[in-house]
Design a protein around this ligand. Structure first.
Ligand code: FAD
Length: 455
């Protein structure tokens, strides 16, 4: 491949190293975990500091080269695919934990820190950073997508933990937004503007994150129901009863079957709820467990398994983290399309029913963070077969439109990327124009992750 521009100035910024246009490096940075078509960048760079990142971006601005921030590339909607080529800024070597401020429940990190590594280190101080997207994501990528996950029902999404950011703007300048106070009503909430922006407004290089104390112990319940409706109604009933689950996951019968087949388990193959509660005493959790069990039985649970302690939690639902891999392994030769929508809790049951109908003729699986009203549709099919793929896209499109009709959102956590662009007008109406104005204000040349969120 002929190089579109001279790599000399980039090598000068990064001491002659940490710049690559090698074929395998470009390939690795051409795709995420989604089905969206890959696209090669022209060059990949690995800055170590905010100052280096700022100089790289200034060079890109002068030369009108697109800039795409890269974390771990685990997105599911094509979010970091460099669709217009240019410079991928791989943040994984900006991976230092800068300061643990245990007494303030805060940590300062560089954007490339992997949140699982962060949590291992924080556990020594009895603390953790709760958003948990499952994959080996970086803090920068989590901020980019405003990621959340199984613990968001109790702890919220990444946006709830971002206190302060260092951001390289598209003109190469560096700004610091936010502060370390636990609350503030001072001015516009700029950390929130960059959170969920998918790298379209700036490159986050450092963040101060809020932390939470690690719970002393856990209780888990797994309950299987005859119908999805019984399972989803139980979600609402448990939350209405004033219980505060730390996780509340719904898996349909197909998911339970695939997990059994793939992992040699003997799980009840009915719609299932996986629940986690945390607290400081086994006695308190035992009382809570009895109450949860009573509610599940009242809602018609066929089988209930439960236990207290970290080992019981792992026994009862560690397999949930394998869902994605198990489904893929059981359908070798097919590709996954994974999409998510979120709706108000009162519409969750209807949404699950709607999804079930839509994917009835497809190889499809439903699961999700039920306590957040978030449902994932995972379809295995053949993107190279236009007829089949048109049917998959029709189903997912109808699902998104129904979520919007329920006053929900086209994505609860995976972001817009490429896959959800076509729904933004329907979801945001006139406020989409304001988003576009903000984008133009900060990035007049449309160089930061072009082709994402808007065309
Ligand atoms: C098996 C599996 C399960 C998943 N489950 C969940 C889940 O439960 N919840 C969930 O939210 N997501 C989930 N995801 C999606 C994904 O893991 C998350 O969105 C994650 O936060 C992406 O992080 P990353 O480091 O891989 O970022 P990337 O994919 O590399 O990037 C994500 C976006 O952020 C931008 N970006 C990256 N770094 C920066 C930076 N420093 N500054 C500015 N922008 C930046 C990128 O340009 C891109 O637009 C899952 C993915 C997989 C494969």
């Amino acid at each position: 491949m002929t190089q579109k521009f001279d790599l000399g100035p980039l090598k000068a910024i990064l001491d002659g190293r940490r710049v690559s246009a090698g074929e395998s490096v470009l390939q690795l940075h051409s795709h995420d975990e989604s089905y969206h078509a890959p696209h090669l960048p022209d060059v990949v760079v690995w800055p170590h500091t905010t100052e280096e990142a700022s100089r790289l971006v200034s060079w890109a601005r002068q030369n009108k080269v697109p800039v795409v921030a890269w974390g771990a590339g685990t997105s599911l909607e094509g979010n970091p695919i460099p669709v217009r080529g240019g410079m991928v800024v791989d943040c994984t070597e900006m991976n230092r934990i800068l300061a643990v401020r245990a007494e303030d429940f805060q940590v300062d990190v560089q954007a490339g820190v992997v949140y699982k590594d962060l949590n291992k280190q924080l556990a020594r101080d009895g603390l953790f950073f709760p958003p948990d997207p499952g994959a080996a994501a970086t803090v920068g990528g989590m901020i980019g997508n405003n990621a959340s996950g199984i613990r968001s029902v109790r702890y919220g999404a990444t946006k709830d933990y971002v206190m302060r950011l260092a951001v390289v703007l598209p003109d190469g300048s560096v700004i610091h937004v936010g502060n370390r106070a636990r609350k503030s009503s001072s001015g516009y909430n700029l950390p929130a503007l960059f959170t969920g922006a998918e790298g379209t407004l700036g490159l986050v290089t450092e963040a101060t994150l809020k932390l939470v104390g690690l719970p002393a112990t856990f209780m888990a319940v797994r309950a299987a129901f005859a119908t999805p409706l019984q399972a989803t109604t139980t979600v609402y009933t448990i939350m209405r009863a004033g219980l505060s689950p730390a996780a509340m996951e719904f898996l349909d019968a197909n998911v339970m079957r695939v997990l059994n087949a793939d992992r040699g388990l003997a799980l009840d193959e009915h719609p299932t709820l996986l629940m986690e509660f945390s607290g400081y005493s086994r006695r308190g959790l035992a009382e809570e467990m009895a109450f949860v069990e009573e509610i599940c039985r009242e809602q018609g649970a066929l089988t209930i398994d439960r236990g207290i302690g970290a080992e019981e939690k792992a026994r009862l639902w560690e397999f949930r983290h394998q869902t994605y891999e198990s489904i893929k392994r059981q359908h070798i030769g097919l590709s996954p399309l994974i999409m998510d929508v979120a709706v108000p809790l009162s519409r969750y049951s209807d949404m699950v029913e709607f999804c079930r109908e839509e994917i009835r003729d497809l190889t499809g699986y439903l699961f999700g963070h039920a306590g957040d009203g978030n449902i994932h549709v995972h379809v295995m099919d053949e993107p190279q077969n236009p007829q089949r793929w048109a049917r998959v896209e029709e189903a997912t499109s109808r699902i998104v439109r129904q979520a919007l009709a329920f006053e929900g959102t086209c994505t609860g956590e995976h972001g817009v990327g490429i896959g959800k662009i076509r729904f933004l007008e329907a979801e945001h109406g006139e406020s989409l124009a304001l988003m576009k104005k903000l984008k133009t204000l900060l990035d007049p040349d449309n160089l930061f992750n072009p082709g994402k969120i808007f065309l």
